[in-house]
Design a binder for this molecule. Structure first.
Ligand SMILES: Cc1cc2nc3c(=O)[nH]c(=O)nc-3n(C[C@H](O)[C@H](O)[C@H](O)COP(=O)(O)OP(=O)(O)OC[C@H]3O[C@@H](n4cnc5c(N)ncnc54)[C@H](O)[C@@H]3O)c2cc1C
Length: 427
């Protein structure tokens, strides 16, 4: 199950100097073990067969970006993925847009990591020849009453460090996109699209070249922090098979369940995760636009927008459908709300030209009617369990932000003096 493609892993011997992350280079584990033992009235005798420095749960774009950065920082890294391929979760069910970073509260993790991640992502795509296109996007106001909302986006973007937005009158917008209906638009030249799968493959290749291992078909079932490290058991085994010093929970929609499976983990540090499904409908026929077109944001999402893929196929979505349990089926009836929303900015949309495409699910830390929440990266300083880092609520713009988040974690975990990935500039 463990697949080593190539590269110079450092073997499985413990080296306490390099393997202890700085933040737990004290007796935290000892304290944890004692409290675990007293709470559970026993001391564990580990039978694990593999000791590694870092384990990353989840081979989506976030887990892969983190694994790559940690491998570049000379950590031994094992990625555990329940499926038999990379990126089959949220990472393969999104809009594949490189976001400019316009909407998020200034200083929030979403804002900072999106703006930083965008720069890193373009540089990375160019260096590695990953298919992408800096096509730009238009955010459109379709009635005068919403012009103030457009101004607010412009002001917010500037506060977030994005100062390249350009105001377009209706005529100017129509000159570049003749099919568009609007009263005014903001043009974002740094928005683009990317081949997400190509990106993830490249991240995995980088990580493997630096010695990281990926174990497919490995569903993490339980996690036990002990004095000797964090023990991990996957499906089909009665005892933990793996022990690590640092565990990164990048399990996307399942991150809350993983955190709950950590023995003794404080429940108060596992946020409620709400599922907000986003349905997409594809356009039959030729694309009416060559840039992305976004209406003004709506509660829970960015509005039913128009995106293109790299071969020029057009699709609309995602909408927002709150779910109680995971379900990826696109309900055809939802198309009824798509037509009027799209016709506000594209009156030329003909009846029966949309067909169900696919759906993705956002792991949201805010529920229906609540204000949008930030990403949550929660480590020992927050929850008190040594070596455990949980990533919760990594919804949009997680793809754009992935390299920045990887860099941020490597900075926390890397022993000082280690070489970080070439694009690592810190947050
Ligand atoms: C509808 C939609 C549109 C979006 N559009 C954009 C966009 O245009 N631009 C942008 O920047 N971002 C966008 N995003 C956000 C982006 O897609 C996500 O932030 C990102 O893909 C999250 O990646 P991840 O690695 O956290 O999760 P995932 O890709 O879901 O990876 C988690 C992995 O963990 C594995 N796993 C789960 N449980 C276990 C277990 N017990 N053991 C082992 N493995 C396990 C899963 O199989 C999965 O492979 C969008 C998201 C959605 C839902």
């Amino acid at each position: 199950m463990v697949n080593r493609r190539s590269g110079g892993g450092t073997g499985n011997k413990w080296n306490w100097i390099t393997l202890f992350p700085p933040y737990c280079f004290d007796s935290n584990f000892e304290r944890w073990e004692r409290s675990y033992a007293s709470n559970n009235n026993k001391v564990r005798e580990a039978k694990v067969s593999v000791d590694v420095d870092c384990v990353v749960i989840g081979a989506g774009v976030i887990g892969l970006a983190v694994a790559r950065e940690l491998a570049y920082a000379d950590h031994e890294v094992v990625i555990l993925e329940q499926e038999h391929c990379i990126g089959s979760g949220i990472s393969s069910r999104n809009s594949e847009v490189i976001h400019a970073g316009l909407y998020y509260p200034p200083g929030s993790l979403k804002a900072v990591s999106c703006v930083d991640g965008k720069k890193r992502l373009y540089a990375y795509c160019e260096e590695r020849h990953i298919a992408h296109r800096r096509c730009g996007k238009l955010i459109v106001a379709t009635d005068q009453a919403r012009l103030a909302d457009l101004s607010a986006i412009d002001a917010n973007a500037r506060e977030c460090g994005v100062s390249d937005l350009e105001w377009l009158s209706c005529d100017a917008a129509r000159q570049i996109e003749p099919a568009l209906e609007c009263v005014a638009a903001l043009f974002s030249p740094s928005t683009g699209i990317i081949d997400t799968h190509g990106f993830m493959l490249s991240l995995l290749g980088d990580a493997e070249d630096k010695g990281a291992l990926i174990a497919y078909g490995s569903t993490v079932e339980s996690i036990i922090p002990t004095l000797a490290g964090i023990e991990i058991r996957t499906t089909g085994f009665s005892e933990p098979q793996l022990r690590c010093r640092t565990l990164i929970n990048a399990a996307g929609l399942n991150a809350g369940n993983i955190a709950r499976s950590i023995v003794g983990f404080p429940a108060s540090h596992v946020p409620k995760i709400s599922y907000a499904k986003g349905n997409y409908f594809a356009l039959t026929g030729k694309s009416p636009f060559s840039r992305l077109i976004y209406p003004l944001p709506e509660p829970g999402g960015l509005g039913i927008h128009f995106t293109l893929d790299l071969v020029g196929c057009a699709r609309f979505g995602p909408d927002v459908e709150w779910l109680d349990s995971l379900n990826y089926e696109v309900d055809e009836a939802r198309v009824d709300s798509f037509y009027p929303s799209i016709r506000k900015y594209w009156p030329g949309l003909k009846d029966d030209h949309l067909r169900p495409a696919y759906a993705g699910i956002r792991p949201k830390l805010s529920g229906p009617g609540e204000a949008a929440a930030d990403f949550c990266i929660s480590g020992p300083a927050e929850h008190g369990v040594p070596g455990v880092i949980n990533l919760f609520g990594l919804e949009s713009p997680g793809l754009t932000a992935s390299l920045a988040i990887g860099g941020r974690l490597a900075k926390v975990i890397a022993p000082s003096g280690k070489t970080l990935a070439p694009d690592h500039q810190g947050l």
